[in-house]
Design a protein around this ligand. Structure first.
Ligand code: SF4
Length: 354
């Protein structure tokens, strides 16, 4: 066994983080946890994973569930395309793999939502297949361990990192090794200043010896997220609120309130509502502001509570829903503030008297 691997596994045996999806001998559970862990902190997944597994305990249960139920259970985890892909993937596993998650990375990659990293992490953790699972944590550890100063985003450099990571994977404890690398990257060899004094690989680490660990990995700066302005309209009529199910790529399938891009004056917004929703007799009032940061966008939202006449019909694609039932819909966290306003507008009690 490679000396790095030996030292790492010795450390892991004493320091492995306890997580509800570890040591479960259930490839489906490993799959769910790996999808949840993409772009989401371990602490958050710790809260969501048990409930999701209780609701959808196996591939068949997930495959049979309506998409709306899956999105509702995923609410708050963000990156909803993961939930939609996991759901479609479960159906695919039932139809194409007889309900059993395959063990080879190549086969796993045929399943919706499973990419190169996830296929290797599932294969190694669930089936002990000796392949490296190279995520951002592992890239950082390998760059520091071998003092690699090239840009890991370049295909050639990434391939080199994968090759070095593969040399470390043991035949008998591949899953433990990959999880040990993840734990080391998350708790010791952290971004910025690594805690080299506590590191089991310190004696073998080249960047630690040369004093360059803090500068690695040498990542190019990513673009800041684009700032987007929206007016969010919480349209109320006789204790009901107008919502629609998003068909846009971003947050597709989730329920939202009508939104228009840009910020307008109240009068202009009234005019838009009149024209777009053919509503008359509307009263509009400001209901605060909200901000939500996605990976590539920041939504800066102004909220407006709009009371309309009770008989106003919904526009195609939109539905009126009783304000007290809003909480049952799968909605993005981005519109949580608007949802609170909507919940409080049952029977129009929220409106100021003119
Ligand atoms: Fe990372 Fe420091 Fe350990 Fe090297 S010695 S792997 S830089 S924590």
């Amino acid at each position: 066994m490679h000396p790095v691997t030996e030292a790492l596994l010795r450390w892991y045996d004493r320091n492995a983080r306890e997580m509800p999806w570890r040591g479960i001998a259930d490839p489906y559970g490993t799959w769910v946890s790996e999808i949840m862990l993409q772009q989401t902190r371990v602490e958050t997944v710790r809260d969501y994973y048990p409930e999701f597994m209780a609701r959808f305990p196996n591939v068949a249960a997930l495959a049979e569930a309506p998409e709306e139920d899956v999105l509702k259970e995923w609410e708050g985890l963000g990156y909803y395309s993961r939930a939609r892909n996991l759901h479609e993937g479960a159906r695919q596993v039932m139809e194409e793999f007889g309900g059993v998650l395959p063990d080879s990375p190549d086969e796993l990659r045929k399943i919706r939502g499973i990419g190169p990293y996830t296929s290797c992490s599932i294969a190694s953790i669930a089936y002990n297949v000796p392949v490296p699972a190279v995520d951002g944590n592992v890239v950082r550890v390998i760059c520091r361990l071998y003092d690699i100063h090239e840009n890991p985003k370049e295909a050639r450099v990434h391939a080199k990192i994968e090759g070095l990571a593969a040399e470390l994977v043991p035949q008998n404890r591949a899953g433990d090794h990959n999880q040990a690398m993840m734990d080391l990257g998350a708790t010791v060899c952290v971004p910025g200043t690594p805690d080299c004094d506590r590191c089991p690989l310190r004696e073998m680490c080249r960047s630690c010896a040369s004093g360059t660990a803090e500068d690695l990995p040498n990542m190019p700066r990513s673009k800041p997220p684009k700032e987007m302005d929206y007016d969010v309209m919480i349209l109320c009529s006789a204790g009901r609120v107008l919502v629609y199910r998003r068909t846009e790529t971003m947050l597709r399938g989730l329920w939202c309130f009508p939104m228009t891009e840009g910020h307008r004056k109240k009068e202009e917004l009234s005019e838009t509502i009149r024209k777009d929703f053919l509503m008359e007799g509307i009263r509009i009032q400001e209901a605060g502001e909200a901000r939500h940061v996605f990976t590539h966008q920041v939504w800066r939202m102004k909220l407006y509570l709009v009371q309309t006449e009770a008989e106003t019909p919904a526009r195609a694609g939109y539905v009126w829903i009783p304000a007290e039932e809003i909480g049952n819909l799968a909605m993005p966290v981005a519109v949580s503030a608007a949802r609170r306003v909507a919940e409080s507008c049952a029977a129009g009690k929220h409106f100021q008297k003119n």
